[in-house]
Design a protein around this ligand. Structure first.
Ligand code: AMP
Length: 561
């Protein structure tokens, strides 16, 4: 079975294709969204999703989140004294999604189409693929998030050629993409974005307003208090769209602090974040050579587009109402599932040709003659430019710079800098050339980049027709099968928790956190019900477990905790 996965910064989702179309697969708790949060305790027990997030306030040193932001970097996260790379943490999320899907579907899930932000560079895409492999999933195809969204919105089914702008404001990343449907080909024309802008920044603004109003400073709060505050700020952010004001309360020290925050006040405080949205929109339009008025439809994806201050801002910016018929959280996973069906050539899905753009420039190092006989080396010569539609193939002719030069070395680089040293080195290729005066011999360097991010480099000597080829799957950072097996073995000490106890664990954690946050009678009441629930869990009597859990839950909800 092939599934579609949206591996998000804040939440992840998994979907599959059915006769009625794509469907989201609920997780073990019955929810569609699994928080992209991982926790590992001292004994190597792994918790993923809501349970891991709940552990954040009690055991912050065991929890990692927003690791998608560091995908493809060398950053390591320390959980209970052990180090993990971002793709390893992501693989634990993927593993959990895979398990949930297998239980739900009753069959093994072997392959996935995973979505990545259109703006992800090669390193980040490869890290994502590796995360899939570490989770035991074959990942042959990745789909960019805006393309997946457009596919889910059914836009590929349109009869008229259309231009779309996909506006994706998730938890931690912001992407704008311009897509064009032209003669049954859905093409991403341009992408732009900001890897450091998302819903969490809007939560941080809410928290900051609370601190200002209560005359507090973040630095003076304990780690637990900070976690608690962000939780409350998040809650307030979710409800402010339908209210004129919200009340944020938070236990700081022994005191319950409270602040009332108005809608307009919040909107003003978010002004700087909103203006950060403008730049990538402009950039994507200019890269695509389009004006705002030429955009036919605007699609919203990413949870943070639910914020009405964001929607209001967009209506003002675009002077148009966005299409909101899809659930912004689910569109990407559903699109990835449709792409999976297309890959399997499922006859229910119309064959559309999806293209993508290269989100970075691929080129080579050259020496430039800036004046007669004066050379400057170490320069970057772009061959396939950023935002070129892929699959793409481009050729650049390079001439010899010395008399009787016997060899040309093609260094393959990725990046936007004019200077080769600032770009990412992907590989190199040497070719011998016949002796001749400078400038008379030349090589044609052809880069062919395909939709699966494979780069083929061909260097051909013009005079002799002799050529050399190399395929770059990005040897940097790519793990061999043995390395994957070895790392999986190293991670084998991790004990994934049995699925069926997830709900109990979550209720226990919630109650324990509430216990820490309350005092007096509330605390005693909680203690009483917690003891009963724990007792039932120890005895292993299913009926009593269910009853005491319901009682405990009732208390938690009653007190609006
Ligand atoms: P995503 O990464 O697409 O799952 O987006 C998650 C972000 O969307 C988080 O920052 C959430 O706080 C935010 N979000 C989800 N639902 C809402 C909502 N109803 N109102 C405002 N923000 C939301």
């Amino acid at each position: 079975m092939i599934v579609g996965i949206d591996l998000g910064t804040t939440n992840s989702l998994i979907a599959y294709f059915t006769e009625e179309g794509p469907r989201i697969i609920p997780n073990r708790l019955g929810k569609n969204l699994t928080p992209s949060v991982v926790s590992v305790d001292e004994e190597g027990n792994v918790y993923v999703g809501e349970t891991a997030r709940e552990r954040m306030s009690l055991y912050p040193e065991t929890v990692a989140q927003t690791f998608k932001r560091s995908m493809g970097t060398d950053r390591e996260y320390v959980l209970s004294g052990r180090k993990y790379r971002p793709e390893e943490l992501s693989s634990l999320v993927l593993r959990s999604l895979k398990e949930d899907a297998e239980t739900y579907l009753g069959e093994p899930v072997t392959e996935a189409v995973i979505s990545v932000p259109a703006y992800f560079d090669d390193k980040r895409r490869k890290a994502t693929k590796r995360a899939g492999e570490l989770a035991g999933l074959k990942v042959e195809r990745m789909i960019s998030e805006p393309t997946a969204a457009a596919v889910a919105y059914g836009l590929y089914d349109k009869t008229r050629d259309t231009r779309f702008l996909v506006f994706d404001l998730g938890g931690g990343t912001f992407d704008v993409s311009i897509l064009e449907l032209y003669h049954n080909i859905l093409e991403v024309r341009a992408v732009a974005g900001d890897n450091y802008l998302g819903g969490e920044d809007f939560t941080a603004v809410m928290a900051k307003l609370f601190l200002q109003k209560c005359d507090l400073s973040l630095g003076l709060l304990t780690e637990k208090e900070q976690v608690r505050l962000y939780k409350q700020a998040e809650k307030a952010k979710l409800s402010i769209s339908d209210a004129e004001k919200v009340t944020v309360t938070c236990l700081i020290g022994e005191e319950e602090k409270e602040a009332v925050i108005g809608y307009r006040e919040y909107e003003t405080a978010c002004g700087e974040l909103l203006s950060k949205i403008r730049e990538p929109v402009k950039k994507s339009l200019s890269d695509a050579g389009l004006k705002l008025a030429q955009i036919d439809e605007i699609l919203l994806i990413g949870g943070a587009t639910r914020l009405s201050i964001v929607r209001d801002f967009l209506i003002r910016l675009f002077r148009k109402f966005p299409d909101t018929k899809m659930n912004p959280d689910e569109a990407v996973a559903l699109g990835a599932a449709i792409q999976g069906a297309m890959k399997e050539r499922n006859e229910m899905v119309k064959e559309v040709i999806l293209t993508d753009v290269c989100s970075f420039t691929l080129g080579t190092e050259v020496v430039v003659e800036y004046d007669e006989g004066k050379y400057e080396d170490g320069r970057f010569c772009p061959i396939i430019e950023r935002n070129t539609v892929i699959p793409a193939s481009h050729t650049e002719r390079l001439y010899t710079i010395r008399d009787n030069q016997s060899r040309v070395r093609v260094r393959v680089l990725q990046g936007e800098s004019r200077f080769a040293r600032n770009n990412l080195f992907l590989g190199e290729l040497d070719i011998d050339i016949p002796p001749a005066p400078k400038g008379e011999e030349a090589v044609d360097v052809t880069y062919t980049y395909d939709i699966n991010s494979l780069l083929e480099v061909e260097v051909k000597v013009v005079s002799t027709g002799k050529s050399q080829k190399m395929i770059i799957k990005g040897q940097d950072n790519t793990m061999t099968d043995e390395e994957i097996a070895q790392r999986m073995e190293e991670l084998a000490y991790l004990k994934v928790q049995p699925r069926d106890q997830e709900e109990n664990r979550l209720v226990l954690l919630r109650a324990e956190r509430m216990y820490e946050e309350s005092l007096g009678d509330r605390r005693r009441k909680l203690d009483h019900f917690l003891n009963a629930f724990e007792g039932a869990l120890r005895d292993g009597d299913d009926k009593r477990i269910r009853e005491t859990r319901e009682e405990l839950l009732e208390i938690l909800e009653e007190e609006e905790w």
